[in-house]
Design a protein around this ligand. Structure first.
Ligand SMILES: *Cc1c(COP(=O)(O)O)cnc(C)c1O
Length: 480
């Protein structure tokens, strides 16, 4: 496909400007020459070229509005359009962050109430809405933990993280100066209690657990885990990015979780991917509320206001107040589903994942064979052994059938991992069609392994050199 610059012809324009009805002034007369750029090489195209170019580009993109997108851990679920519509109301989109509070009461109310809803749903004392993504929420949560121990005058230098945690967890801990120590998993995919007991010493700040973990499994011993961490004065942190497996069903606060971050852009409906806008609110237990970021919305009588004066706060973690637009979508999602709807969404997500797991178990290895939560993790080991077909080949072959592949080679503790997260919005027909395709590929791998190894055959670009594509991205593919 040609670049828009290659379609450019000097003088061609997409729009007309009305004749001047004021005296003409040279731009150099009003703007200092040093501030002007005269080397801008902008494309000159007609409206029709412009529309065709971007429409064609958009058709090469894959998204949840185009098809099934079972990318495990990422929760690429369909986002109800009502949430978009509400978040686009001009009252929200044209509000300046520095608008006086008397003109922004409605928006402050949304932030205040969203915090209350999240606190209620997850059993925490309060939430901070500032963090802009899941990993940013983790960082904020770990900063809170660090401040807590500083105030207590305790020197704790280590953070425990199970080997089934998301990769952002060790990164967040390390950024805060913690030495990361890995806790092993047991045979059923949970935390190895003996190992945790051994590692949980007085110099450990806490445990960052992803629950359900990246195997899609709920930590069955969570109460025991909580007891061990707390007995040594540690903090139990939960990476709650995958809350769509339990929201409305279980409250992390009741399980002994002290700090949790959520991914509103996953569980609470916002299109994401490619670094799109996110929101990673952090919830904490009561005695940690004082450390949360500022400013915070407070309510005085019937009026909302900003309060900056919280002397124990870790301070600000983002400009202004966070990604407000994502909060509006989460608010709308919660209000439109209600408590029963949220519970039903979680239950359906879990049901759908287990359905896929049961339909595929005869064709792919299932390393942890138990009821899963919102996602199921297979291994392509059998295919490698039988015909030399790897998980990456299976993923590429799915492209030929029009599917976005699941997450592969993650979690790291499963060799040749295939991590499928079907989500709650998909129908039985969609799940069946996907499972039929996965079964057909398992058969192809046996009968015609070379075909699978040469996939994709039908896409605009064939197989890329993964390493080169990451190091030297060639964005004008198709051209010399
Ligand atoms: C997606 C995810 C994250 C990171 O969230 P971002 O918004 O991408 O920063 C962290 N932990 C888990 C378990 C996740 O699934």
């Amino acid at each position: 496909m040609e670049l828009i610059f290659e379609k450019s012809r000097p003088g061609r324009i997409a729009t007309g400007i009305p004749k001047l009805d004021v005296p003409e002034v040279a731009v150099t007369d009003i703007i200092n020459k040093s501030l002007l750029r005269d080397d801008v090489d902008l494309p000159e195209v007609a409206e029709v070229d412009l529309i065709r170019h971007y429409t064609q580009l958009s058709k090469r993109n894959f998204g949840v509005d185009v098809g099934f997108y079972p990318l495990g851990s990422c929760t690429m679920k369909y986002n109800p359009k009502i949430n978009e519509e509400v978040s686009r109301l001009p009252g929200f989109t044209s509000l300046h962050p520095y608008s006086p509070v008397k003109f922004s009461q409605g928006s402050l109310q949304i932030m205040y109430e969203l915090r209350q809803y999240l606190s209620e749903i997850f059993g925490m004392a309060d939430f901070a809405l500032q963090p802009a993504a899941g990993a940013h929420g983790e960082l904020t949560g770990v900063m809170v933990i660090k401040k807590y121990f500083e105030r207590k005058g305790q020197k704790r230098s280590k953070m425990l993280i199970p080997d089934t945690a998301h990769g952002t967890n060790p990164a967040s801990s390390a950024l805060c100066g913690y030495h990361v120590v890995t806790v092993r998993s047991n045979a059923e995919g949970g935390v190895d209690i003996g190992h945790l007991r051994e590692l949980m010493t007085k110099d450990v700040a806490g445990l960052m657990i992803t629950n359900p973990n990246t195997l899609g499994l709920f930590e069955r011993n969570i109460e025991q885990v909580s007891e061990i961490v707390h007995r040594r004065g540690g903090i139990l942190y939960c990476d709650g990015a995958n809350a769509n497996a339990f929201m409305g069903v279980t409250k992390p606060g009741d399980l002994g979780i002290d700090v949790i971050q959520l991914n509103l852009h996953k569980t609470f409906s916002t299109p994401h991917g490619c670094g799109g806008p996110g929101s990673g609110p952090v919830g904490v237990r009561k005695d940690l509320v004082r450390y949360l970021p500022v400013p915070r919305v407070i309510k005085k009588g019937r009026r909302y206001d900003w309060k900056y004066d919280f002397p124990d706060s870790i301070g600000r973690v983002r400009a202004f107040y966070g990604n407000f637009n994502v909060m509006v979508k989460a608010y709308t999602y919660i209000r439109s589903l209600g408590p029963d709807g949220l519970k039903k969404a979680s239950k359906t997500a879990v049901l759908n994942a287990n359905y896929v797991k049961e339909r595929l178990r005869a064709y792919y290895d299932l390393p942890y064979d138990r009821i899963c939560m919102h996602e199921c993790v297979f291994s392509g080991k059998r295919q490698v052994k039988e015909s030399g077909v790897h998980t990456s080949d299976i993923a590429k072959r799915l492209l030929d059938y029009g599917y976005h592949p699941p997450t592969i080679y993650f979690p790291l503790i499963v060799p040749e991992a295939i991590m499928i997260e079907p989500n709650e919005t998909e129908s039985k027909e969609t799940l069946d069609a996907f499972c039929d395709t996965m079964i057909a590929i398992a058969r192809e791998a046996k009968e015609n392994p070379d075909l699978v190894k040469s996939a994709p055959l039908t896409t605009a670009v064939r197989r890329l050199d993964d390493v080169k594509a990451a190091r030297e991205p060639d964005v004008c593919w198709g051209k010399a």
